[in-house]
Design a protein around this ligand. Structure first.
Ligand SMILES: C[S@@+](CC[C@H](N)C(=O)[O-])C[C@H]1O[C@@H](n2cnc3c(N)ncnc32)[C@H](O)[C@@H]1O
Length: 273
């Protein structure tokens, strides 16, 4: 696909409890209860092929917490656009941000109908801040931006969170194009945070697990190399330690003995100058 082409948006899927889905399998691995038998079966099969997947999912959520604490704390960010929300679990984006700054404004966007239902019920804001939920498809970044502008002031810095979602865009050029469009709409001083699956650590075991996922799960997953993941940050100021396994992005000193083991979720945080 050409560099700046974005695929036509498919209609939002209806809730189908006979097909396993990313958000619900993820919820299962995180220890949540918002999943169906079909999701648990798919999740168990992938976990049997790749036992570290559960550790990986939890490392992803722990990274989300550390990244938002950094952005809200050290960088003073008060606006967050989290695309690919997932089902509500512990330490959701708005909870971490509003614990530091209760006035924080958060917009969540996802295209899974179950995520939207749960988000509306469970993700409630502090009185000082606000939370909005967009039924939005990452393949249509302009609509997400237009809807987000109801709650966020896009003339002010925003932290754009794309965690565990870009690997659901199969075409790499389209994925780069979507990220460029989103970042272009953000004010200077905004941040881009990405976490993306790779097979750099587990190799064939991760690739085999993803092949299985792509037979039973939706939407499909595409693994990328750390170098390809790094290119999402082209033109931005990538913060130390750069693109690394998410378990190694600024781990909290003393929380675990030694250096955390790498997992196949690579991440980075970058500032728009
Ligand atoms: C693996 S979960 C990640 C959840 C959360 N961001 C996290 O890191 O824990 C992926 C989420 O992306 C959503 N998603 C996948 N493709 C999407 C798309 N094209 N547009 C919007 N959301 C999408 C799924 O519904 C799911 O909630």
């Amino acid at each position: 696909m050409a560099e700046d082409a974005v695929a036509p948006v498919k209609p939002a899927p209806e809730l189908d409890t006979t097909v396993s889905h990313s958000a619900r399998i993820w919820n299962y691995w995180l220890g949540g209860k918002d999943n169906y038998a079909v999701d648990r079966q798919a999740g168990d099969k992938v976990a049997a092929m790749l036992p570290i997947i559960v550790v990986q999912a939890r490392a992803d959520r722990a990274f989300l917490g550390r990244a938002i604490r950094y952005l809200a704390g050290a960088e003073g960010i008060r606006q967050f656009l989290d695309i690919g929300t997932g089902l509500p679990t512990a330490d959701n984006t708005h909870e971490v941000a509003q614990l530091i700054a209760p006035e924080s404004r958060i917009v969540y966007a996802d295209n899974d109908p179950l995520v939207l239902v749960h988000a509306r019920a469970l993700l409630t804001s502090t009185p000082q801040g606000s939370c909005d939920y967009i039924d939005g498809d990452l393949h249509d970044p302009d609509k997400i931006l237009a809807d987000a502008a109801r709650t966020l002031d896009l003339a002010q810095p925003v932290a754009l969170m794309l965690l565990g979602i870009l690997h659901h865009v199969p075409d790499l050029d389209e994925a780069y194009s979507i990220v460029r469009r989103l970042v272009a709409a953000l004010a200077p001083g905004s941040f881009l945070t990405i976490n993306h699956s790779t097979s750099a650590v587990s190799g064939e075991a991760m690739e085999e697990a993803v092949r299985h996922w792509n037979q039973v799960g939706t939407p499909s997953m595409t693994l990328r190399t750390p170098e390809q993941i790094g290119r999402f940050f082209d033109g931005l100021d990538l913060l130390p330690p750069g693109v690394v396994s998410c378990s190694r992005w600024r781990p909290v000193p003393g929380q675990l003995p030694g250096t955390p083991a790498e997992v196949d979720e690579f991440c980075g945080v970058a500032r728009k100058a």
